[in-house]
Design a protein. Structure first.
Length: 272
């Protein structure tokens, strides 16, 4: 039986952040076995290191219901479990370099990120599934779909209370996300120029909401850069999980000339 480690990512408190399962030796495990382990663990994702060659690690990610091409918080958790140093994760989405310092803080650099328009019909369907309307949106942060290893539509609301009152139509949103190939929906509220509150529904993974979403954070960094909301050398803070009672803090860094986005945070073991 594969040893399953449990870490909370994007926090220094095991009761906060986003829990991730980590299997450092998944050699020989088949797809069905990894999916079954992820379902048994019950976290939004479990990472499986299926092979390694020096500092290069082949890593796959499974939610309770499906394989995910890339998962940021499970990457942070796995890298911290591996220990300080420079690592390269070979994921289904591409190669993701990850550095871990002596304090247990990991920084990943996403695959090259892209941003595209969100078609009007998709926006209408998304708003209906969320039980929102056009008047809830922040006009200064237009809807888009961003990618940094997985696809995430991005919607910004004009009030923090609207974000706190999340109550979506789960079957409708799951069907829409499955049809469009979206991994989570990045819902944001701009608190200050460099701080955003975010929430991420994740029904296709088998959970109502993700407490911290590194892949969506990277995609959101690309969104900020593409729309000239952030400069090429800016750093922003994402606050996630507060409405779930699992506060998470994600740092997003843009680097001039770098097509990916850097995402960093700490991770700690969950014991007991």
């Amino acid at each position: 039986m594969a040893e399953i480690l449990r870490y909370a990512a994007f926090t220094d408190d095991p009761k906060g952040g986003n829990p991730a399962g980590v299997v450092l030796d998944a050699t020989g495990l088949g797809d069905d076995e990894m999916l079954a382990i992820a379902a048994e663990v019950g976290y939004s994702e479990t990472a499986f290191r299926v092979s390694a060659d020096g500092d290069r690690h082949r890593v796959r990610y499974f939610a309770p219901l499906a394989e995910i091409p890339f998962c940021g918080h499970a990457t942070v958790a796995t890298a911290v479990a591996l220990g300080p140093g420079e690592h390269v994760f070979v994921t289904n989405a591409g190669e993701v370099p990850v550095s871990v310092d002596d304090a247990g803080r990991a920084t990943l650099t996403s695959v090259p990120a892209t941003v595209a328009d969100l078609p009007g019909d998709d926006l209408t369907a998304l708003l209906a599934a969320l039980r929102w309307n056009d008047f809830d949106l922040d006009e200064s942060l237009p809807p888009r779909v961003a990618y940094a290893g997985a696809y995430h539509p991005i919607l910004a609301v004009g009030s923090r209370q609207r974000l706190a009152d999340l109550d979506y139509d789960e079957p409708a949103l799951k069907a829409l996300m499955t049809d469009r190939g979206w991994t989570t929906v990045q819902l944001v509220f701009r608190a200050t120029d460099d701080t955003f509150d975010v929430r991420d529904p994740f029904p296709i993974g088998g959970v109502y909401e993700d407490p911290a979403t590194g892949a969506a954070a990277a995609a959101f960094g690309a969104y900020l850069r593409e729309l000239w909301i952030a400069a090429d050398d800016d750093t922003v803070l994402l606050r996630q999980g507060d409405d779930m009672g699992r506060p998470s803090r994600i740092t997003v860094q843009l680097v001039a000339g770098e097509p990916g986005v850097r995402v960093s945070g700490t991770a700690v073991p969950i014991t007991g």
